[in-house]
Design a protein around this ligand. Structure first.
Ligand code: ADP
Ligand code: TRP
Length: 332
């Protein structure tokens, strides 16, 4: 049997370089393997736990879809869809909720994090928490289990969610017999955490991102904002601690990277490195950016691709739900 590799990205912010290096690039690499079936989707209803503005929601959702496509996702090969187009996921979400101990949700990192910061701030522990956010891991379990996915590539912060999906599946299987495939997470330890403008992890929560498809002049300006030290140009520089170098090697060829390493050793001005960084980044991003802008200007093209993808997705989720209903004793 083919492996089913499934992952989702929620549309809660503009896709940045960190998302590309940490999530999209490795997922596209996995999808090249013909032995496996990849299923990648836009977790738009997960985004709804945060985004409550129609235009923002629409734009961010199309933005995630256009990003995948612009970077080379082949919708003929990958099952590529919008979560909200697959109703079985939401039916399963309810069913799974009935098998999820509330305590398991209390312990989920994202919710626990909010409770802890509310406590610190002397607020009500549930301040700002909607039920969608509280039960977020159940919907994620439904995404995975409806598809009978066995491999789930995620960032480290999502490991707990995949473990929760597994726990819920086990508890269902225990009661009703083998129904769900137990999923495993794949975390790529080689993928670097990309630093942002201030040197912390690039994240939309820190407002330190470089959006992937920023226009060239803005991209150049953002690169110029990256923090450096005050060493003079002729002083030798350390590649290990340089944000500029970390970014440079993601986009430059092996030879270019080696050449830059030498220049660091011999002393190079930060202004010059920033110029070179812009050059290699822009060289890589130019084509995808064009494609991205084209797609964003023609969202009906994106809709058509996602509608086809949803059909393929439902060909997998419907049989799962039929089986689940049968096990539960639900007649139709
Ligand atoms: P953000 O931190 O901006 O909110 P998300 O949590 O939505 O990003 O992350 C979406 C995906 O991108 C996850 O798989 C995550 O591991 C990856 N990712 C996010 N930021 C980085 C980064 N700076 N370096 C590498 N991967 C990242
Ligand atoms: N929760 C994931 C994130 O924040 C996105 C997501 C939703 C997901 N459903 C999923 C990832 C199913 C993997 C599998 O990054």
């Amino acid at each position: 049997m083919k492996n089913i590799v499934l992952t989702g990205i929620k549309p809660t912010g503009q896709i940045h370089l960190g998302n590309y290096i940490g999530a999209i690039k490795p997922a596209l690499k996995l999808a090249e393997n013909d032995e496996d079936q990849a299923a990648y989707f836009i977790a738009d209803y997960h985004g709804l736990t945060k985004i409550h503005d129609r235009e923002t929601f629409r734009t961010l959702t199309y933005g995630v879809a256009a990003t995948w496509l612009a970077l080379g996702l082949d919708p003929e090969k990958v099952i590529f869809y919008r979560q909200s187009n697959v109703p079985e996921i939401f039916e399963l979400n309810w069913i799974l909720a009935c098998f999820t101990p509330k305590g398991l949700m209390n312990r989920a990192h994202a919710y626990k994090g909010i409770v802890d910061s509310n406590k610190l701030a002397g607020k009500d522990i549930d301040d700002g928490v909607n039920m969608g956010l509280f039960t977020y891991p159940i919907l994620m379990a439904a995404d995975i289990l409806a598809f009978q996915a066995n491999m789930v590539p995620v960032g480290k912060d999502q490991i707990q969610h995949v473990e929760i999906a597994r726990d819920i599946a086990e508890s269902f299987n225990h009661q009703y017999g083998e129904t769900f495939v137990l999923p495993e997470y794949i975390v790529d330890d080689d993928t670097s955490i990309l630093p942002g403008l201030d040197g912390r992890k690039m994240s939309k929560s820190y407002h330190n991102t470089i959006p992937l498809f920023e226009e060239p002049t803005k991209l150049q300006k953002l690169i110029n904002k990256i923090k450096t030290d005050s060493l003079p140009p002729e002083a030798p520089k350390d590649t290990e601690t340089s944000i500029l170098f970390t970014l440079y090697k993601e986009f430059a060829s092996v030879e270019e990277t080696e050449e830059m390493r030498k220049r660091y050793e011999n002393g190079v001005g930060w202004g010059e490195v920033k110029k070179e960084l812009f050059y290699v980044m822009n060289r890589f991003l130019e084509e995808p950016r064009k494609k991205y802008n084209e797609l964003m200007a023609n969202p009906e093209q994106i809709d058509a691709i996602l509608a086809k993808g949803a059909e393929k997705a439902r060909a997998r989720t419907l049989p799962t739900l039929e089986e689940v209903r049968k096990q539960l004793g639900v007649s139709r």
